[in-house]
Ligand binder design. Structure first.
Ligand code: ADP
Ligand code: MG
Length: 258
């Protein structure tokens, strides 16, 4: 990682430290599994968008990312393709051994055979139910060839109904209020093996008044995780959240802010 205080990755700068993948323009050039490649092809995704070129090499290398790009620029795939499954080497007991291989989300599920009994591996927080459902649809597209169990925690159902499934899901896409409710009330809820936290549309989450809820959620999550924070705008409150949730966010800031 670059030394603290430098930000070689700002905006359109080449993705320093991301090795051979820094200049990738297409999904084919990225280190992805055959299953993910095939799913991307099937969904007719070929060229990377600007934010994907900036963010994916870092996210795939297991780094934290603070990404800012306008709505519609393709931020969702920046967090759905990678995944924090990579940072901790997991053995039978999920021991946090010396850094295992690093790789993408759906990739690591596959490589590490993350399965039902392994519980929650990735958590995506997003401001609204509608956005959560859109993310879920996109995950179905890119994850369809992997054995991932994913679910939505977005309200609209009884907490107790959602609670029966929560314990067995590998990926949760949730709104902050509902997620915190499960953390507090659902006996089987266990985030202790969490590999990746995604904060999507972080500026809107904060605008909706969820700052304290986010703080409470983050305080309950394991620190040895990968965190990807995406936002359409870079406000002071987003930067404060980045400081709270990311590991050295200055070193992982990517644009472009177009
Ligand atoms: P954002 O979160 O930045 O607002 P989304 O991730 O929702 O943007 O993407 C906007 C649209 O662009 C979606 O319909 C998505 O499927 C599509 N998209 C994302 N990445 C690509 C790509 N590399 N090639 C073609 N379409 C893409
Ligand atoms: Mg989005």
């Amino acid at each position: 990682a670059p030394p603290p205080g430098t930000n070689p990755l700002a905006l359109d700068a080449p993705a320093a430290g991301s090795g051979a993948y820094a200049g990738a323009r297409t999904f084919e050039e990225l280190p992805l599994s055959a299953a993910t490649r095939a799913a991307l092809k099937q969904a007719k995704f070929t060229q990377l968008t600007a934010i994907q070129r900036a963010a994916l090499p870092h996210a795939l290398a297991g780094r934290d990312v603070l990404g800012a790009a306008k709505t519609g620029s393709g931020k969702t795939l920046c967090f759905l393709i990678p995944g924090g499954w990579s940072q901790i080497s997991w053995g039978p007991a999920h021991s946090s051994g010396s850094g295992g291989a690093r790789g993408p989300l759906v990739e690591l599920l596959f490589r590490r055979r993350w399965g039902k009994l392994d519980g929650l591996g990735a958590l995506v927080l997003t401001p609204t139910r509608e956005l959560a459902m859109q993310i879920f649809d996109e995950l179905v597209k890119v994850g369809r060839r992997h054995e991932i169990s994913a679910g939505l925690l977005i309200g609209g159902k009884k907490v107790s109904e959602e609670a029966t499934r929560v314990a067995s899901l590998n990926v949760l896409i949730a709104t902050p209020g509902r997620l915190l409710q499960h953390m507090d009330e659902t006996p089987g809820f266990d985030a202790s093996g969490l590999q990746m936290l995604v904060l999507d549309e972080a500026d809107r989450i904060l605008d909706l008044g969820f700052a304290a809820t986010l703080d409470a959620i983050i305080a309950n999550l394991p620190r040895a995780r990968q965190t990807l924070l995406f936002s359409a705008t870079q406000t002071k409150s987003v930067r404060d959240l980045a400081r709270l949730s990311l590991d050295h966010p200055d070193n992982h800031m990517v644009g472009p802010q177009q």
